[in-house]
Write a protein that binds this ligand. Structure first.
Ligand SMILES: Cc1cc2nc3c(=O)[nH]c(=O)nc-3n(C[C@H](O)[C@H](O)[C@H](O)COP(=O)(O)O)c2cc1C
Length: 360
């Protein structure tokens, strides 16, 4: 009866999902001292464990990877112990949970690095401002990474994946979207390198695939997801030929037998950018042979339609899950949704975090 809907079950290899609804990764800036997950975070994720998969907020793979206050890490023992409480709690509720692995690259500020510059493929300053402990500050020109440093960052991803495994996660999602480090390598607006990591599409994609090779030495491909935003402009991004770039990347991802490919529809108006594809899923989805997860402004109706039309197997919801811990139940009952309060998205306490009401 529930075949091919958001509420029908789904399996990714031996991972059995209660439904096809995924909680999209969302930074909430509520980690504790040492960027360790807190008990409040345990409660937040527990409340949302009815999702088929929870993808955690982006989590830095090293101190260098950080660019916002109070985001959790996955490189220290205390962080691993903190995350373990979350994975155990979600598993007790028969939920599944992946951690999103993150390096922000140039989207950072010297305030997070004892005065050192943020790093990036090339020394190109993003337009805009960083969120620091002291409020908004202009971005600075980052330092271009040396080749040996790129290798070290790949090792950081490998270690973070080991840590994720130790913390009990069902899998990891590689954050290659939204203008952070991997995306900065992919896109020609931010990558002007002349070594093997820059120039051709193959070279610009090299870093992503080196990361993926390292991560899949620790976990099987079917426990690894990749997130891409082929029509994203967030964080001052852009490519001269995104259709060619991202179709190359997606075709190559077919060789990794991944858990899923997570695509984001454009989240901002893109009419001024004729090179950007308006319907990401319809255009890019066809290059991918495995499980497709789609995100960006989806509702119960449009999510069911994407699944029904055979365009996607999974749909992720960001703001709807943020404001509705029991979103899948509300969809099932056609109940009204809580409204999200944007003032409490980033930072703070339980208000606007764990106090969204459940259905009576
Ligand atoms: C508060 C907030 C934090 C976010 N943090 C992340 C993040 O850490 N990693 C990521 O890939 N996307 C992040 N996003 C983007 C969401 O995953 C998602 O793409 C976006 O909200 C659109 O989906 P929706 O329309 O279902 O909300 C964030 C979005 C919001 C609203």
């Amino acid at each position: 009866m529930k075949n091919n809907t958001l509420l029908s079950t789904f399996s990714i290899a031996d991972l059995d999902l209660k439904n096809r609804m995924v909680m999209a990764p969302m930074t909430r800036n509520r980690a504790g001292q040492g960027d360790v997950p807190t008990d409040l975070m345990v409660k937040y994720y527990e409340q949302r464990s009815g999702a088929g998969i929870i993808i955690t907020e982006a989590s830095q793979i090293s101190p260098q990877a950080k660019g916002y206050p109070a985001t959790p890490g996955i490189y220290s023992k205390d962080q691993v112990d903190g995350w373990r409480k979350i994975t155990e709690t979600v598993h007790r509720k028969a939920g599944k949970i992946f951690i999103q692995l993150w390096h922000v690259g140039r989207i950072s500020h010297p305030d997070f690095h004892d005065g050192d510059l943020p790093v990036a493929p090339s020394a190109i300053k993003p337009a805009g401002q960083a969120f620091t402990f002291e409020g908004l500050k202009d971005f600075v020109t980052p330092r271009a990474l040396e080749e040996f440093e790129i290798k070290n960052i790949v090792e950081d991803y490998r270690l973070a994946t080991k840590n994720a495994k130790e913390a009990g996660f069902d899998g990891v999602e590689i954050h290659a979207a939204n203008g952070y480090l991997i995306d900065q390598f992919l896109v020609d607006k931010t990558n002007k390198r002349i070594d093997k990591y820059g120039g051709s599409i193959e070279n610009r994609a090299r870093f992503l695939f080196e990361v993926l090779d390292a991560v899949t030495e620790i976990l099987p491909g079917e426990r690894v997801g990749v997130r891409l935003s082929p029509s994203g402009l967030f964080n001052d991004m852009g490519d001269s030929n995104p259709a060619e770039l991202f179709s190359f990347v997606i075709e190559k991802l077919n060789h990794y037998n991944l858990a899923y490919l997570h695509l984001i529809e454009p989240l901002m108006p893109i009419d001024e950018y004729p090179q950007l594809i308006k319907n990401v899923l319809e255009y890019y989805g066809k290059f991918y042979k495995g499980v497709r997860m789609i995100n960006g402004g989806f509702t119960k109706e449009s999510g069911n339609k994407a699944i029904h039309d055979g365009l996607a197997e999974l749909v992720s919801f960001g703001v709807p899950y943020l404001a509705n811990p029991d979103l899948e139940k509300r969809f099932e009952l056609d109940a009204d949704l809580n409204e999200a309060n944007q003032d409490t998205f980033y930072g703070g306490n339980e208000v606007g975090y764990t106090d969204y009401p459940l259905l009576k």
